[in-house]
Design a protein around this ligand. Structure first.
Ligand code: BES
Ligand code: ZN
Ligand code: ZN
Length: 472
């Protein structure tokens, strides 16, 4: 589907259907009020009404928030697609532009690679009109920015949605390599030998029972005069069976999405490079498959991580933190960054704490976390702060090793997982680190907001927003 912006009034554009958002007040004085009322339209929240003879789809908006525009645009487009319209037009303002573009590009996303007979959408193009005569060059650059970020989000969704058979750690490395070629990035891949010589024993242990060997991916975007250096680390579990602490059958389904953090950091660096931001970005992905087998790592094992700390394994399903321990260590050793952010579908407990739509935000730096909560809100992602405390930290003490990979109590699991990661954050980076638990937000089996079935691309929009606001 094509989207395009025109510096013309809406009425001068040719399309099969016009989408019009009306507030309650606008409805009162609408020229088609009688007809709309007859059709049962009352301008109530989320109500849509199609007047085919007028080639008009009217959407009620009760406020002018981005969230409302996003959701309304998404349902308007779904409706228009059901009716089989091929082209649509809609008026935009500087305030509604981003939401309308996201509604269009994210809200109509469909992953059909595994369908033998994909239903091609009738909808071919959406025309956006600068109807109120706003400064066009400003609108144009905002429009291009929104399109780039939305496309990067869909790139992440495409990766997450691929099966564990197709998207193995090696396949993720191939994706990283081709992203590097197309976007002029540097790309370094470590295979098992490389991981062994780096002493990344925790990551290696997790991947040991799989026939698909692990890969560490390092992508770099280096502009000429960077304002900041940012390290991004992603959990890339291409499948999480739980290992010997095997997941129950029902909980294993959807665990192809356990690579969503790794996919997100690739999507973020893709957008950063396409927007040519003056920020040096390093994206690290720990791509691993957690399986069972005669050589699997075990509960009772003790692993020595890259930074020298020892870890008592009491549950092989708490594998993401083991992979991150080593990747965080490697990233900090190789890049002296201003900030380090990690993205991981780390704990079911995060969903218990915040619900299935919200990313958990954890770290030591309260004002930095607040910047992220703001960035998330502006960008249309949900984030919630999960606070550390000294008592929770004691729950991952080990009698045998330096730290244990699971908590001794069944509550606060998202936070104790982050406190585990804290053991692998260098002293000078403590205030520069934020951890994002995207276990709930990265994947959905029922549509919500601009998200359709499957990967959501969680992390991409909020990160671009944070980077553009805070690395000027
Ligand atoms: N990948 C899972 C977390 C997860 C669960 C993500 C559900 C998305 C949806 C992670 O590796 C895991 O299994 N965590 C365990 C930790 C426990 C053993 C301490 C969990 O959440 O149950
Ligand atoms: Zn697990
Ligand atoms: Zn996992």
């Amino acid at each position: 589907m094509n989207v395009a912006l025109y510096n013309q009034p809406l009425s001068s554009l040719n399309a099969d259907l016009t989408i019009e958002c009306v507030t309650t007040a606008q409805f009162e004085v609408h020229p088609l009020k009688a007809l709309l009322t007859q059709a049962g339209f009352k301008a109530e929240a989320e109500q849509l009404c199609t007047l085919h003879e007028h080639r008009l789809l009217v959407c009620a908006i009760t406020d002018e928030s981005s969230e409302t525009y996003r959701c309304v645009m998404t349902s308007a487009l779904k409706t228009a697609m059901n009716y089989g319209y091929a082209s649509l037009k809609v008026a935009i303002t500087q305030a509604s532009l981003n939401s309308l573009v996201e509604g269009a590009l994210l809200g109509t996303y469909k992953f059909e690679s595994y369908k033998s007979d994909p239903k091609n959408s009738p909808l071919k193009e959406i025309l956006f009109a600068n109807d109120s005569g706003a400064d066009f060059s400003t609108l144009e650059s905002l429009f291009n920015q929104s399109v780039t970020i939305a496309k990067a989000t869909n790139f992440v969704r495409d990766l997450v949605n691929q099966t564990p058979y197709d998207m193995t750690p090696q396949a993720m490395a191939v994706v990283a390599d081709s992203l590097a070629s197309s976007n002029n990035l540097e790309c370094t891949i470590l295979d098992v030998n490389g991981l062994e010589s780096e002493g990344m024993n925790a990551m290696l242990a997790v991947g040991r029972a799989s026939i698909n060997p692990p890969r560490l991916i390092h992508l770099t975007y280096k502009p000429a005069n960077p304002k900041k250096i940012i390290t991004l680390v992603g959990k890339g579990l291409t499948y999480d069976s739980g290992g010997l602490s095997l997941k129950a059958a029902a909980s294993m389904v959807t665990m192809k999405m356990d690579k969503a953090g790794g996919c997100a950091v690739m999507g973020i660096i893709k957008a950063v490079s396409e927007l040519k931001l003056d920020i040096e970005v390093h994206a690290f992905v720990g791509a691993v498959e957690n399986m069972i087998g005669g050589n699997a790592y075990k509960p009772d094992d003790v692993l020595r991580a890259k930074n020298g700390k020892t870890i008592e394994v009491r549950n092989t399903d708490a594998e993401g933190r083991l992979v991150l321990a080593d990747v965080l260590g490697y990233a900090q050793e190789n890049v002296k960054a201003d900030y380090i952010f990690d993205y991981a579908t780390l704990t079911g407990a995060c969903m218990v704490a915040l619900g299935p739509y919200t990313t958990g935000v954890m770290g030591h730096n309260e004002s930095l976390k607040q910047e992220w909560l703001n960035a998330a809100e502006v960008s249309g992602e949900y984030c919630g702060n999960l606070p550390f405390n000294r008592h929770l930290k004691k729950l991952i003490k080990s009698d045998l090793a330096d730290v244990c990979n699971v908590s001794s109590k069944p509550y606060g699991g998202a936070i104790t997982a982050a406190l585990f990661l804290d053991n692998f954050i260098d002293e000078d980076m403590k205030q520069k680190w934020v951890h994002f638990d995207i276990a709930g937000s990265a994947y959905t089996e029922s549509a919500w907001d601009v998200h359709t079935y499957g990967g959501t691309g969680a992390g991409v929009r909020m990160s671009l927003n944070w980077l553009m606001e805070n690395c000027k």
